[in-house]
Structures are given as C-alpha cells and as structure tokens.
Design a protein around this ligand. Structure first.
Ligand SMILES: *Cc1c(COP(=O)(O)O)cnc(C)c1O
Length: 475
C-alpha cells in the first residue's frame, strides 16, 4: 500500500507508479504497430491500460480515458460488453477452435446466414450468397483480390491481372493490400515489392473546386474512372474502393452517387466491384453498410473491424453465387485454396453473432441517429474556428481538417506536428484522440452518452487551441 502523502499529484493519480512500471516493461520488449519507436517515451506518451468499460478506458494510472476512436475503429458497443464477453466465454467452454477445411461448426454457419441476410442488395441482382472467412481486414482484402483474379483465370481469361483502386485509398498492410492502397506513408517504401495497380481519382468532397458540389465532384471522378476502364478494361479484374469514407486517408468523404456510377461502369466493362467496408460497415456511416446509401450491391464485400463488436479479430468476404460457381471444377487448382489456420474461429464467430444480436435488441441503427445528430450539433460549433477548414460527417464519423487559418486551405507545415500536439493535449485531458496527420476525428463507440460527447467536444476544442499555440511558440 502506498502511504498517503500531501502531494496533490499522488492523490489524483494514485497509479502513476504502476503506469510507469508498465511503460518501462513494455518498452523493453514490445515493438508497437504504426509507431516510430524512437518517439517513445519522450515525444509520445505510451498509455498503459488496465481495463475498459463502455466508452471508457481505465489507465494503469487510475485515470479514465474516453476512447474517441473506438480503438482503431473496431469497438461498437463499448469495452468489455457483457453480452459479447458471455458469448465468447460460453463458446470457449464448448468449442474454441476447429479446422474449417473439411469441418463445420454452428457459429460459422449461423454467422454466414445472418451476414447474408443483412448484406446490401440491389433489385436487379442476385443477392450475395456465400461467405469466406479470414482473420483480419488485410487478409480479407487479399481474399477478395485473389478471388476476383482467379475467377477470370478459371474462365480462361489470362490478361486481367490488375486492379483499379482509388487515389488516397487504404486497404491494409499486407503486400497485396498495400498494392491497391495509395497512402504514401505506408506504401512508398515497399513500392518495389508491389504489384502494379491503376489508380483512379478520388471522389473526395474536400477536394471540390470552388463552386463544385460533392455530387459534381463524384460525377467528375466517375468520368475519370470511365476513361481508365475504357483504356484498361481488358487488363483489369476488379475495382476496389472504400464506400462513402476513405478512413485511413484522412476521413475523406464522398457523395454516394460515386458508388452508383462506379457500379454501372464496372458492369459495362465486366469488372468486379469490391467494396471494402472493413471500417465503414456495421453502422459507422449511419446505415448498416455504407453501400446501402447508394443502393449498390458489390460483387465482393469485405468486412472486419466491427464485425465482432471489436472483441476478436475476424474478417468475412461475402460474394455472389456466380463467383462461387466459377471455382467449381474437377481440378484442385481451380478451387480457391486460400486458407488461414484460424479461418472461421468459433470464438470470433460467437462474438460476431452476439454483436449482431445487440444491433437488433438495442435498435442500434435507430438510436445512433439521435447520437449522430447530437454529434452534428457539437461539431457545428467548430465551423467558425479559424484553424478548422472543414467539418464533415457521415453518421457516427465526424472529422475536422486543421489548417493554418487565414486562407483556410493552407496546410500546417508537417514539421509542426499539429496532430501529435493535439493528441497529447487531449490525452492530458482524459480523451484518446488519434489524429490522422492534421485531420482530427470522432469515431466513438455507439454507447457514448451526452456527458461524454460534451467532454469530447470541449476537449477537442482545447486540444486544437493548445496544439496551435504550442506549434506557434516552437516556430
Ligand atoms: C483497417 C482497414 C483495413 C485493414 O484491416 P486490418 O484488420 O487492420 O488488417 C482494410 N481496409 C480498410 C478500409 C481499413 O480501414
């Protein structure tokens, strides 16, 4: 037991020593994702977490931190959600895992049934009717890319070896996924290892020219896509895109019209449409799936992140009967031999089933409508902020573009590290934000209450102001 002293820091942070000790042990042995490890511990504070409850993370220092980014966009209903935890525990005592080649188990079957029942539909198309599992988002993207390519091979088409992807898109970190990604920070160094892709302009509404509406922007981007398809269709097997929001690309949002036009163009050129809804699926943009907002059904739909409510890694690729049928043959080589040891893991499938039940039981999509209106009201107070060039929202995602002010479109010097400064300032105030460059965003668990939303808005403002002042003082 610690002695009670009169040091006020000790009284407010009884676990400061525990946190320090975990930091030290961590940095001796761990190599963290998406991190320049040299920035620990000085530039970037490492935050040791003891537990989670609802939208809150509880630090080893005893303080609460609001998880404003849903732990990398995975968490839907809050941390340690009892119904999901119970489903995992029950499943663990029944069957923790079994090989899915040659074997079957109820959670994998039931989850596939339920995903197909809620998947996006289009009146003129046969619905998505088959599910292939993988164990993380990038692996799911690999599955979709390989399936699209292999389907053409099985038809004797040899020339369709490329993918069209969108500029500023992101599809994961494995080499196949990086090859269709366009974020230089992740891609550039590995470029010599990557298959060649064709990149089409993004319909990003933030990039609208003066006087151009987001719908016009979508039309122009679709025209550019048409030109590329006219030139390259016989080399291309699929178009891959993130419907509605390019999340890792800075929460850039586009008009759903783009998706509708892209679907038509893919059909005209006999190219598959792969919708990567790994981040935007499961209600993030206001509808269960973002594709619904355009009334579009993709040929391959990639899901992960929120699929298990954020509890366990799992990915699912949903596809059509006609793609599935393209692999039926006497030859093993024509089969889709892709596999991961933990394909369709029963614990992860049980968590996903519990998560889908919560959507029904708690009327989540409906309730989120009120929450996203509240987020809109709070976000609207930032519109006049001198350093906020753009406030945008898609359902449960709100993003703020920080720029130098004056001419609102002049970005900060990257060396000013505005995002990092805002991150630290927010953390000190008990909110975990993790800006993407100079884009600050809110993507909270759906259970976030009004008090927490108010705290989030107040802290965001304080963090922006602090970051701007600190950067000015250093310049
Ligand atoms: C996160 C993400 C991925 C990769 O998923 P991981 O599970 O991190 O491999 C792929 N596509 C999109 C759109 C994502 O946001």
């Amino acid at each position: 037991m610690r002695e009670i002293t009169h040091d006020p820091m000790m009284l407010t942070e009884p676990g400061a020593d525990a946190a320090d000790s975990w930091r030290e042990r961590d940095l001796k042995v761990l190599w963290h994702p998406c991190t320049q490890m040299r920035e620990h511990p000085h530039t970037l504070p490492l935050l040791p977490i003891a537990s989670g409850r609802g939208e809150w993370l509880i630090g080893q220092d005893g303080r609460r931190y609001l998880d404003a980014i849903s732990s990398w966009w995975t968490n839907l209903f809050g941390h340690a959600e009892p119904r999901i935890a119970q489903a995992i525990a029950t499943q663990a005592l029944t069957l923790e895992h079994v090989i899915l080649a040659g074997c079957s188990h109820p959670p994998a079957v039931e989850l596939a049934e339920r995903l197909l029942a809620i998947a996006p539909r289009q009146p003129d198309r046969a619905p998505l009717s088959k599910v292939f599992y993988a164990d993380n988002g990038s692996a799911g993207v690999e599955v979709a890319l390989k399936m699209a390519f292999h389907w053409f091979r099985n038809r004797g088409v040899e020339g369709r070896t490329k993918f069209i992807a969108l500029e500023n898109g992101y599809h994961g970190e494995t080499l196949g996924a990086l090859a269709v990604g366009d974020i230089p920070l992740y891609r550039r160094i590995y470029a010599p290892l990557l298959a060649e892709s064709i990149f089409a302009p993004s319909p990003d509404a933030y990039a609208c020219e003066a006087g151009e509406t987001p719908a016009e922007r979508a039309r122009h981007a679709a025209q550019a896509l048409r030109d590329l398809l006219e030139r390259h269709a016989d080399e291309v097997c699929a178009l891959i895109l993130e419907p509605r929001v390019q999340c890792a690309g800075g929460m850039r949002m586009h008009d759903p019209l783009y998706l509708k036009l892209a679907r038509e163009l893919c059909d005209q050129h006999g190219v598959f449409l792969i919708a990567d809804e790994i981040a935007v699926g499961f209600g993030r943009t206001g509808t269960m799936f973002a594709s619904e907002q355009a009334g579009v059904m993709p040929d391959l739909l990639c899901l992960s992140k929120g699929l298990t409510g954020g509890a366990l890694p799992l990915a699912a690729v949903l596809t059509t009967q006609s793609i599935y049928d393209g692999f039926l043959d006497d030859s093993r080589e024509r089969a889709f031999l892709h596999s991961h040891s933990y394909t369709g893991n029963p614990l992860a499938c049980a968590a996903a089933l519990a998560s889908l039940s919560i959507f029904d039981d708690d009327k989540v999509i409906e309730r989120n409508r009120a929450t996203s209106q509240r987020m809109a009201a709070l976000a609207s107070e930032f519109v006049d902020h001198p350093q906020v060039a753009d406030v945008r929202q898609a359902g449960m995602i709100v993003a703020f573009e920080l720029t130098r002010g004056g001419d609102k479109r002049t970005p900060f010097d990257p060396a000013a590290r505005i995002g990092l400064r805002a991150y630290r300032a927010a953390l000190e105030r008990g909110v975990l934000l993790r800006p993407l460059g100079d884009t600050l965003y809110w993507m909270p668990p759906y259970c976030i209450d009004d008090d927490a939303l108010n705290l989030l808005a107040a802290t965001t403002r304080a963090a922006i102001d602090h970051a701007v002042q600190e950067a000015a003082a250093c310049a």
